[in-house]
Design a protein around this ligand. Structure first.
Ligand SMILES: [Cu+2]
Length: 138
């Protein structure tokens, strides 16, 4: 009887150990799930690559100034200006290549520079003190 009982105890212990082992594969199942974020991270890295090719650059218009006022970008880059002032401003090419028209507060204007060159621009209402340059290189 005593021996039987201890065998039973061993059996119960074995069952518990097995149960513990059975729960162990559960975290193993979560490993492929954990592998998914890795795939997502790879996607993000892949998404960052096209951004480098057809890059996007921001210029802030604030306190009656373009910031940065002088910018150098690669061909194909889209520059977006955002007016942070309460006063209206414009982003106007010296050669008439582009003109944002009046931008109110929060207003944005984008232009894609496809050709290498030096592009100077200004703000129509504040021409004397608001000028900027975008230098585009291949
Ligand atoms: Cu202005």
């Amino acid at each position: 009887m005593k021996a039987q009982r201890s065998i039973f105890t061993v059996f119960v212990l074995l069952a518990l150990v097995l149960a513990a082992c059975t729960t162990a594969p559960a975290p193993t199942t979560s490993v492929p799930v954990a592998a998914q974020p890795t795939a997502a991270t790879t996607e993000v890295a892949t998404a960052a690559q096209p951004a480098a090719g057809g890059a996007a650059v921001s210029v802030t218009i604030q306190n009656y100034a373009f910031d940065p006022g002088n910018l150098t970008v690669k061909t194909g880059t889209t520059v977006t200006w955002t007016n942070m002032d309460s006063v209206n401003h414009t982003v106007t090419s010296d050669t008439g290549l582009f003109d944002s028209g009046e931008l109110g507060k929060g207003g944005t204007f984008s232009y894609t520079f496809d050709k290498a060159g030096v592009y100077t621009y200004y703000c129509i209402p504040h021409h004397a003190r608001m000028q900027g340059t975008v230098t585009v290189t291949d």
